[in-house]
Design a protein around this ligand. Structure first.
Ligand code: ADP
Ligand code: MG
Length: 386
């Protein structure tokens, strides 16, 4: 837990001036299942975590915004009467600055403020610290005028737009949506095509979800991610010569075998179509309280991401292999874009300590890297704290 009192003290030292200082929280997210599905227009099943980004803000009556983060260097000063441009020197500040720019371009009237960010979320690890800081920035700035009437879905769309265009990362809507719309103890079944969604209660009986950070930098992530997107577009183009389908998730497995001749493309498409099925089966299993079957679906998802979609890599494969080897672990898979970042595992409560010990040992022995563990508590979306 972050010590807010201490952070407030730091805020006063950094910015001087008086009260009130308001505090907000924005979660990180994991996707339970439905990986590489959002840009294919299908169903995903993300949830908001209890770890995330905190933002302290003091509103001002002029056009100056000051930004600092305890997790990164640089003091940013923005004059709202001037155009906001991408900053090559201070990369992190582009995430909040992009959102500020996009809010103003949308016609929101934004006033000056001093902001300090701090986070207990691993950054750059696939738990979407980027969407967390984006949604937080937008939420804090809109809160002055709208309080709890902020339209969270509009905000999610706007932040996705800022990440796509201002930052240049071609992400889908899932991250921003789950961080803005999360609900305690629920996952979100989200149709990425229509943004229709349903909350799915997550009761795991005697099991817990453990997030495992491989601490492997996702160096391949961006280029391979873009390649997969292009491959999926190619498959869709082929299928559309034969069938009138809206997106790849609407294809059937027979379509893939009948019309897609290229082996690589066929495997990519098979992942998408089978993963989509696993998402809907997972929802049924969670509704029935059949946690063991849900665990099997997680493991099947990882297999598909490894063999057909080829986005796992040695670190994620090792962590999942070690996890499934521990007695009491009933399912594990990578989560996020892949090539490093995090995995999740469903672990019986009584074996969690043993689980961490064994996975740590096996993983470090094989990769030379350290694994970090977080118990996953499912939290509400971005919110005002005090
Ligand atoms: P992920 O979203 O998986 O954590 P990304 O590479 O998409 O990884 O985004 C991480 C980037 O977001 C960081 O490199 C940094 O620029 C920015 N960021 C996220 N959280 C913070 C924070 N608390 N303070 C400063 N920058 C942050
Ligand atoms: Mg990100």
């Amino acid at each position: 837990m972050i010590e807010l009192k201490r952070i407030k003290e730091l805020f006063r030292q950094l910015y001087s001036g008086g009260d009130p200082i308001y505090c907000f929280f924005s979660p990180g997210r994991i996707n339970l299942i439905g990986e590489h599905i959002d840009y294919n227009g299908g169903y995903v099943l993300p949830l908001a975590l209890s770890i995330g980004t905190y933002g302290l803000i003091r509103y001002r009556d002029d056009d100056i915004i000051q930004l600092r983060s305890l997790n990164a260097d640089g003091e940013i000063l923005i004059n709202l009467s001037k155009d906001i441009k991408y900053d090559e020197q201070c990369k992190w500040s582009n995430y909040p600055c992009g959102v500020i720019k996009y809010l103003m371009d949308e016609g929101y009237s934004i006033s000056g403020c001093d902001i300090l960010f701090t986070s207990n979320l691993p950054i750059n690890s696939g738990l979407s610290s980027s969407a967390s800081i984006e949604i937080l920035t937008g939420y804090m700035l809109l809160y002055r005028a709208f309080q709890d009437k902020i339209n969270r879905i509009d905000l999610a769309r706007l932040c996705q737009g800022a990440e796509n265009e201002f930052i240049g990362v071609n992400c889908g809507i899932m991250d921003q949506f789950s961080i803005a719309m999360g609900k305690k103890d629920n996952a979100i079944l989200l149709d990425c095509n229509t943004l229709q969604f349903k909350y799915i209660p997550v009761h795991l009986d005697k099991y817990s979800l453990i997030v495992i950070d491989t601490t492997k930098k996702r160096s391949l992530s961006n280029s391979e991610y873009n390649k997969r997107r292009i491959e999926c577009e190619k498959v869709l183009h082929i299928l559309r010569k034969h069938r009138n389908i809206e997106n790849l998730c609407k294809a059937g497995i027979d379509d893939i075998y009948d019309y897609v001749g290229d082996d690589t493309l066929r495997r990519r498409a098979r992942h998408v179509v089978t993963e989509q099925k696993r998402v809907l089966e997972s929802v049924e299993m969670l509704k029935k309280g059949d946690v063991v079957s849900f665990g099997r679906l997680l493991a099947a998802s990882h297999e598909s991401l490894r063999n057909d979609y080829e986005v796992t890599g040695i670190e994620l494969d090792t962590v999942v292999f070690e996890a499934l080897n521990v007695e009491g672990c009933i399912g594990s898979r990578m989560t996020g874009a892949g090539f490093g970042g995090c995995a999740i595992a469903l672990v019986e409560n009584r074996t969690i300590d043993e689980f961490k010990k064994q996975v740590s040992k096996g993983y470090t022995k094989k990769t030379g890297l350290r694994a970090d563990f977080y118990k996953c508590e499912i939290s509400d979306g971005c919110r005002f704290i005090e």
